[in-house]
Design a protein around this ligand. Structure first.
Ligand code: EPZ
Length: 419
């Protein structure tokens, strides 16, 4: 298994270009199941999860080709398959977002339960109960989900008990070709949901967003492929900002147009960094020792993002003072704490609360990436640590970060991939 070898202590200084958003491209790739003809996706990040989604699309009957580094072409001349085998479902946690489009296109779909992951059990009750309201009959047995909608999918009034990102995407993808109208209240409001809506509208979907964020979808008879550029990846931006903040450096990140950078810059400013946000770039300058943040509670967008939690914890583990995290989105998203403590951090977990006593220094050692953002936290901690850190299980990191070791090396980090 590949590893990253990081020699800590170098300041991160320079400029990098931000990648396209993983959590945008994945639902948009599943939306390509619904469209006829060719879809060209620009600003597509080179990630293992994108290749996994491509393998599912190919299995379903689409043709995928890379046009250049960051453009992907999906040609859909018909969906010939409505079952997604376990070997493909297991490759990517969020493969469940193919359920809505396949049911919509084929009238039936069988796939295996993607199962839990490092973040805890990943139930699908909100997805499945919503699809049932749209006329889909669903049976769950022996880890498989069998769905059918012989009379086609019908529009429905749906209120989500929790603004689940994946469930919002599945409902959207089931509703755009449904018979009648769907009203979806309390949907997820993440920028990646808006990106999916923009892509679907460009393909011919009729989707309105009301003042209170309710989504109103009028089913249409057909959607055609189009050319679309996905938004930049806000969590990747946070990750590279954290690399500069952790090492007392200064970094400019370009190609940020389309994301609200102020929503996450505020946390870096609370830690004492200077941040300047432009239309298409963001500049962060760290400097003296970071300051603790008394309370950070993860919330649905636009609150403090759960995907930022591990990255901020790595940073705050060397800040001056005590920071208290409350993880409200996932059941167990503290798998990175043991590794940070092994590097010399002082973090105690009490259920969904994590108390971080800032220490002056972390020390390099051998650690494992536990999940995607936990792995990113390991990189941030190792850049600031004294000595050498070996990070294993970096396949988790490759799921969401495009060429992270090259990008960080280009701005001063001493990080190498060893297979
Ligand atoms: C998406 O996951 C993102 N993944 C996650 O990013 C992100 O952390 C999460 O949204 C929250 O913002 C992608 O977009 C590919 P949810 P998703 O459905 O859709 C519970 C990353 O690091 N829930 O909003 O799975 C669920 O268990 C990844 O890039 C139910 O109980 O998130 C969780 O506790 C990690 N029943 C909470 O809701 C359901 O039917 C949030 O889940 C569905 C979800």
């Amino acid at each position: 298994m590949s590893r990253f070898i990081v020699h800590g202590g170098n300041k991160i200084n320079g400029e990098i270009k931000l990648q396209g958003a993983k959590n945008s491209i994945l639902p948009i790739l599943s939306a390509a199941v619904l469209t006829d003809g060719e879809t060209v996706l620009r600003n597509c990040p080179e990630l293992s999860d994108v290749y996994a989604a491509g393998r599912i699309l190919t299995h379903l009957g689409c043709k995928i080709k890379k046009e250049n580094n960051n453009s992907l072409v999906v040609v859909n001349n018909g969906i010939s398959e409505n079952t997604i085998p376990d070997r493909l479902m297991r490759e990517m946690r969020s493969s469940i977002i193919f359920l809505g489009p396949v049911i919509s296109r084929c009238g039936e779909c069988s796939l295996s339960f993607p199962g839990g992951c490092q973040l805890g059990p990943r139930p699908l009750d909100i997805h499945l109960n919503s699809l049932r309201k749209m006329g889909v009959s669903i049976s769950e047995e022996h880890g498989n989900i069998r769905c059918s909608a012989p009379a086609g999918i019908k529009g429905a009034k749906i209120i989500l008990p929790f603004p689940s990102v994946g469930a919002t995407e599945n409902i959207l993808l089931a509703a755009v070709l449904a018979e009648g109208e769907t009203e979806l209240r309390n949907p997820a409001r993440e920028p990646e949901i808006i990106d999916l809506i923009q892509y679907l509208r460009l393909c011919g979907a009729k989707i309105d967003i009301s003042e209170d964020s309710t989504l109103n979808i009028k089913g249409v008879s057909k959607l055609s492929g189009c050319e679309y550029s996905v938004i930049p990846d806000r969590i990747a931006a946070v990750t590279y900002m954290a690399a500069a903040a952790a090492t007392g450096g200064a970094l400019k990140i370009t190609d940020t147009a389309g994301i609200d950078t102020e929503l996450f810059s505020v946390y870096f400013e609370q830690m004492g960094c200077s941040v300047y946000t432009g239309n298409d770039s963001i500049y962060i300058k760290s400097g003296k020792r970071l300051k603790a943040i008394k309370s950070l509670k993860t919330m649905p967008y636009p609150g403090f993002p759960t995907d930022m939690q591990a990255i901020m914890m790595a940073l705050l583990s060397i800040a001056e003072g005590t920071s208290v995290f409350e993880e409200n989105i996932f059941e167990s998203r503290y798998k990175h704490v043991d590794a940070l403590n092994k590097m010399g951090a002082d973090i105690k977990v009490y259920g969904k609360i994590a108390v971080v006593e800032g220490v002056k220094k972390l020390y390099g050692t051998e650690v494992e990436a536990t999940d995607l953002r936990g792995g990113a936290a390991m990189i941030i901690a190792s850049l600031a640590a004294e000595g050498t850190t070996v990070i294993s299980n970096i396949n988790h990191i490759d799921r969401g970060y495009e060429n992270i070791e090259y990008l960080l090396s280009s701005v001063g980090a001493d990080i190498k991939r060893k297979s």
